[in-house]
Design a protein around this ligand. Structure first.
Ligand SMILES: [Zn+2]
Length: 456
């Protein structure tokens, strides 16, 4: 007797590059049979005309803020509704709480909507230590910060992350000392670049150099928001060449022509408009006093001064360059960069994966369905050493997203990130039905996944 039998769908075989029509049987938290399998099951899901995909793995997102928002799930529920079954938080140098706290809360709540992994964010620790955003850390501070990251990794963080742009005072040498101070040779490191647009190529070269000199597994974060302002033509071959020489390097990207971050950050320092060739009218506020309004120079200056945590969406990226970053056949993964702050955020938080499948696969045809799925499942699984995830195969974890390739589409907008996507029939996490026709039916099927160097 199977627990779940998914019938008549088609599932990807990434090695063959094709879809296979057949059934998928689950017992407990594992896929136990695929193909011609028949038999009794406690639950049968008819997947006629549907794709039975490995659950999407979001390699770049920002986790819950349990300390600020209370012990509840906001972001991961949105992720689950768009088909994500495993996600890696703690990117861009930012942690919302220590990994120990994060883990304890998830365990106390009896699980999470998705399988959760986190990185330890360097910038958050740097700020906590009182290092100014525009000044370099001293050698003593670097040693103490590195020690803190080492202990976070031993407490369960999967790797570490940097947001170089957010602390412009952080020189190359500081980052390199931290990287070299981490003893794990194969440690996963993600980095939000130093600068975008006219600064993109120099920033990409800097990251290629960090990757090469440190030897770590190195992930360039959300490439689109770095170099979709006219630099992709130069950036793409540069990255592809670097990856060919150093297979430990890769990148992730998200499918929107606007990025989102807090108005008080260094991103919006003097000169930013000239650099992007845009103005305050291209910035949209998603929280605070002027929520859901585009900026004027007056409101921009007022809020940057008085309410620096207000989130801004900046429409500064070019569509064809976003498509290039997504479609690149040699490398790259889809990562949402999603997150929610004070109930506001960017639609990528709840729309990224359906948007790639609806807009970029079905409508614009810039990438095939199987290649897009590979970049959302198998590629990040391999990247994160999740050998039991990212494939529909016997013995693999039963993390599965069933969707209609003819209708799947993102729903969320810049005004409302809580609009659900359409076209997703079911999401299964660790063998348990978690989403049934757009409704969460089990928000505790996921668990905290400690990193490979966890000691405690
Ligand atoms: Zn970032």
């Amino acid at each position: 007797m199977y627990d779940i039998l998914i019938k008549r769908g088609k599932y990807p075989d990434f090695e063959a590059g094709t879809f296979i029509e057949g059934n998928v049987a689950i017992i407990g938290d594992k896929i136990v049979a695929i193909g011609d399998v028949e038999g009794d099951a406690k639950r049968v899901i008819d997947a006629t005309g549907r794709v039975v995909s490995p659950g999407f793995i979001d390699i770049h997102m920002h986790e819950e803020q349990f300390l600020e928002d209370g012990e509840k799930y906001i972001i991961s529920e949105l992720m689950l509704l768009m088909g994500v079954t495993t996600a890696l938080g703690g990117n861009c140098g930012v942690n919302r709480q220590d990994v120990k706290v994060f883990r304890e809360v998830i365990e106390r709540l009896g699980g999470a909507p998705i399988n959760y992994m986190v990185l330890a964010g360097y910038n958050s620790e740097r700020v906590k230590m009182g290092v100014g955003r525009h000044e370099p850390a001293t050698d003593e501070q670097i040693e103490a910060l590195t020690e803190k990251l080492r202990s976070e990794v031993e407490d369960g963080a999967y790797g570490i992350s940097f947001g170089v742009e957010y602390d412009p005072g952080m020189p190359y040498e500081e980052v390199m000392k931290v990287l070299k101070g981490m003893p794990q040779e194969d440690l996963f490191v993600s980095m939000h670049y130093r600068d975008d647009s006219t600064g993109a190529i120099d920033s990409i070269n800097e990251m290629i150099s960090f990757a090469k000199e440190s030897g770590k597994r190195f992930q360039i974060s959300h490439l689109s928001s770095c170099s979709c302002m006219g630099q992709m033509e130069e950036a793409m071959p540069l990255i592809n060449k670097a990856i060919a020489e150093n297979p430990r390097l890769d990148y992730d990207t998200y499918p929107y022509n606007a990025f989102s971050t807090e108005i008080g950050t260094a991103v919006f320092e003097d000169g930013c408009f000239e650099q992007w060739g845009k103005g305050p009218e291209d910035l949209f506020m998603t929280s605070g006093k002027y929520k859901n309004q585009f900026c004027t120079m007056e409101t921009f200056k007022e809020i940057r001064r008085d309410d620096p945590h207000v989130r801004l969406v900046a429409f500064v990226m070019n569509e064809h360059e976003i498509a290039e970053a997504i479609a690149n056949p040699s490398c790259g993964m889809i990562g949402s960069d999603g997150g929610v702050n004070r109930n506001a955020g960017h639609p990528r938080t709840s729309g990224t994966f359906p948007r790639v499948l609806g807009k970029y696969v079905r409508e614009d045809k810039v990438i095939s369905l199987i290649d897009a799925l590979r970049k959302m499942t198998w590629a990040p699984a391999k990247r994160l050493d999740l050998t039991q995830k990212g494939r529909i195969a016997v013995g693999c974890d039963a993390d599965i997203t069933i969707f209609d390739p003819e209708t799947i589409k993102d729903g969320s907008t810049f005004e409302n990130i809580f609009i659900k996507p359409v076209g997703i029939d079911a999401v299964i996490v660790n063998g348990q039905l978690a989403v049934d026709h757009n409704e969460i039916v089990n928000a505790r099927a996921g668990e905290f996944m400690p990193g490979p160097y966890t000691k405690k």
